[in-house]
Design a protein around this ligand. Structure first.
Ligand code: ADP
Ligand code: ZN
Length: 213
């Protein structure tokens, strides 16, 4: 399947994407994970993205489109992909539309995962992320078996730099201003599936139902 997952930070896009990859071998493509890996590795891309990320601001559309143009051509995309955290602005959505048309590809649907703001704040402040594989934990509801150590890869599980209260609040504002309008964009394209993120399973069922799996 080829999907875009929309939803505020903490809506559960990453969790849903990981569950979906198990259904049909689609690959999860998270621009946030790609950027964090670049920052950790100290590459040129990482250096360009670091300050914006730390503040909870978006990195430039040019930088993101440069990454995605290459990423979507890789072999593992043949079985489908779940776009997690991309597109994030109207210009990115327009550039993606053009890119997919050039590649002769069509998305199955665009899923908007909707969660109340209080739930999001609570989730993000308790969220922890593996620096090795990107696996997501929660100190309250889903801690790793050994504190600070990833069950999957043994990597270290930490609170992200942009998950301080200040950066979170900025990320939610940025989301409302720059990303929320994408729901209208994809509604116009006749591609929007709106789901309540009450549980990841409910989200998965709604997606399967919509794309006939
Ligand atoms: P979130 O939990 O906010 O969804 P992500 O892991 O998707 O976080 O992204 C982390 C940060 O990486 C963002 O706050 C932003 O700085 C940057 N980023 C990720 N994807 C994009 C994108 N498509 N466009 C611009 N910036 C992005
Ligand atoms: Zn891990």
């Amino acid at each position: 399947m080829k999907l875009i997952l929309l939803g505020a930070p903490g809506a559960g896009k990453g969790t849903v994407a990981k569950l979906l990859t198990k259904i049909d071998g689609s690959v999860q493509i998270s621009t946030g994970d790609i950027l964090r890996a670049a920052v950790a590795a100290g590459t040129e891309l990482g250096k360009q993205a670091e300050a914006a990320m730390k503040a909870g601001d978006l990195v430039s559309d040019e930088l993101i489109m440069g990454i995605m143009r290459e990423r979507l051509k890789e072999d593992d995309c043949k079985n489908g992909y779940l776009l997690d955290g991309f597109p994030r602005t109207i210009p990115q959505a327009e550039a993606l539309k053009e890119l997919l048309a050039d590649m002769g590809e069509k998305l199955d649907t665009v899923v908007d995962i909707q969660v109340p703001r209080e739930t999001i704040l609570d989730r993000l402040t308790t969220r922890r992320t593996c620096t090795g594989c990107g696996e997501i934990y929660n100190v309250k509801s889903n801690p790793p078996k050994v504190e600070g150590v990833c069950d999957k890869c043994g990597g270290s599980v930490v609170q992200r730099d942009d998950e301080t209260e200040e950066a979170i609040s900025n990320r939610l504002d940025v989301y409302n201003e720059q990303t929320a309008p994408l729901a209208g964009f994809y509604k116009n394209e006749g591609m929007l599936l709106e789901v309540d993120a009450t549980s990841s399973d409910a989200v998965i069922d709604a997606i399967k139902n919509k794309i006939g799996m």
